[in-house]
Design a protein around this ligand. Structure first.
Ligand SMILES: [Zn+2]
Length: 233
């Protein structure tokens, strides 16, 4: 699948804003996840979630970067890292950035390539922290309990469940009512004793009511991110 790389610029005198008025969340598990306040060139708006996985790189669902109804790209996006409620977040970014996505919704929505990433021109991660990340093979994924995070009704929402492999790109798990809807783009991750940082293996993409779906990170995505200037350790 081709990726589509875009450039995005906000006319803002202040490209980087200081931390929010308060900071409810202080753990990397929370501060490295952003609520994304999104508008598209078609006029649609939405909120989603994205996760820092490098000092200058974030992953999210593709449909937070490309409108899944009209196949149109971003117009504006503000990132509220560690968002808790209005006027309560850990770090806000509304400057310029580059982004790329793997999806194409010209034939309708599919979760299969519903993933993309953001390249920040500055080291946003020095303020927010970032998750570890990995490509996990099928054997390591099947029936593993996995955490998911997102923003439902603009409130941080977490869940965990056993995921199963759909194919080389997708996973699914039984959906709980607490996580249905509006959590799109947040991390699928593990955080257990012995791990210094949460380790993300993909992004939450969608649900069809009873099942949730996620898009896995792949070697191709890491290769593309590096080529686009994302600095992994
Ligand atoms: Zn639209």
């Amino acid at each position: 699948m081709r990726r589509f790389l875009c450039f995005f610029l906000v006319l803002s005198l202040l490209c980087i804003h200081p931390a929010g008025q308060a900071a409810t969340y202080t753990r990397v598990e929370d501060t490295a996840v952003a609520l994304m306040d999104i508008t598209f060139t078609c006029g649609c708006t939405r909120t989603g979630a994205g996760t820092m996985i490098a000092v200058n790189g974030l992953i999210t669902a593709g449909h937070n970067l490309l409108c899944h109804t009209h196949n149109k790209t971003l117009k504006t996006c503000t990132f509220y890292f560690g968002y808790a409620k209005p006027n309560d977040w850990y770090y806000k970014y509304n400057g310029s950035f580059r982004y790329a996505y793997y999806c194409n919704f010209s034939s309708g929505y599919s979760s299969k390539d519903d993933i993309g990433y953001v390249v920040f021109p500055s080291n946003v991660g020095n303020n927010t922290g970032w998750y570890a990340s990995t490509v996990q093979d099928d054997y390591g994924l099947s029936w593993e309990y996995t955490n998911i995070s997102g923003y439902k009704n603009n409130r941080k929402t977490n869940d965990w469940n056993q995921i199963t492999v759909v194919d080389s790109k997708q996973v699914k798990w039984p959906q709980s009512s607490s996580f249905q809807g509006s959590c799109d783009g947040g991390p699928l991750y593990w955080f257990y004793e012995g791990l210094e940082y949460p380790q993300v293996i993909g992004v939450y993409t969608s649900s069809d009511g009873s099942m949730g779906y996620g898009r896995r990170l792949t070697n191709q995505i890491f290769s593309d991110m590096r080529a686009d200037g994302i600095k992994f350790n």
